[in-house]
Design a protein around this ligand. Structure first.
Ligand SMILES: [Zn+2]
Ligand SMILES: [Zn+2]
Length: 278
């Protein structure tokens, strides 16, 4: 049997090897400090045109996609890091279902790189809202789901992003407060993957609420919601509606992965995204 010391050395060696080899192409050592190398990130996380409002990939450079151009939204803007496609599907699956919270650092690295891109001069449309952020908060989980998983993956992403910003700050980020005590998921909701947008919105109606102790502090705040995946946007819009109803002035979203078009037809309908709140 290995001694405790030998076991620690073996585990540390395994960890070092795991971190330094690109798990996609096998390159060793990986040149990013993460488990995916620069070449693979360039291939799987290209900087592309996205709708400012919903983060969806667009072939043409335009502020809003056709869907967002024709309907109101409770989100001022949405920054998505990548399309919800491989290898991101597998990485997010590990985060959510295999207790692999370490993958957050890679996901936060990619999101951070997108935020950096949005501080460049050509991003004048999205920069003001980025800079105006007061609070960065996770999309919350209900306590039942939280006790089942043991952690909120969106809060894990927030913490990894905060850690990345400590060593690689971007314009204005020093004033962003990362908080998990602002928004609550008050109603457990059934799994959403087999629901269309109308069903998702119904499922999520009144599912979120601002924590009572934040009712005063939230007035006039600019809030950024962080989530791992945006599919139809129903969850983020329900969360944003709850924040606005309680007095938040601006709400935007940062997500790791955005479901690309075409969204399966069963997920599409003409349901407006904005719930009246004034
Ligand atoms: Zn690679
Ligand atoms: Zn859009």
């Amino acid at each position: 049997m290995l001694s405790h010391f030998a076991s620690c050395v073996l585990n540390a060696t395994k960890e070092a090897l795991a971190v330094s080899r690109c798990e996609l192409c096998g390159r060793w050592p990986s040149d990013t400090g993460f488990s995916v190398c620069h070449d693979c990130l360039a291939r799987h996380a290209p900087l592309v045109n996205r709708c400012d409002r919903c983060g969806i990939f667009q072939t043409i450079r335009s502020s809003a996609c056709i869907a967002c151009d024709t309907q109101a939204s409770s989100l001022d803007q949405c920054i998505a890091a990548v399309d919800y496609a491989e290898p991101w599907i597998a990485l997010i699956h590990r985060l959510k279902f295999q207790q692999d919270t370490g993958v957050c650092h890679l996901l936060a690295y990619v999101l951070h790189s997108r935020l950096v891109a949005h501080t460049q001069p050509h991003s004048s449309r999205t920069l003001p809202a980025l800079l105006a952020t007061d609070w960065v908060i996770p999309v919350p989980m209900h306590t039942l789901a939280l006790s089942h998983r043991g952690y909120n993956q969106s809060w894990q992403l927030c913490k990894a992003l905060k850690s990345r910003l400590k060593t690689h700050p971007i314009e204005g980020s020093e004033r962003w407060e990362f908080r998990h005590d602002v928004l609550l998921k008050t109603t457990p909701t059934r799994q959403q993957h087999d629901l269309n947008r109308a069903q998702r919105l119904h499922n999520l109606a009144s599912a979120f609420a601002v924590a009572p102790q934040m009712w005063t502090q939230i007035q006039g705040r600019s809030i950024t919601l962080v989530d791992d995946i945006m599919t139809t946007g129903a969850t983020l819009h329900a969360a944003a509606n709850a924040l606005r109803q309680q007095g938040a002035a601006h709400v935007q979203a940062w997500v790791i992965a955005r479901t690309p078009t075409p969204i399966p037809s069963r997920l599409i309908d003409n349901q407006p995204l904005l719930t009246p709140f004034s």
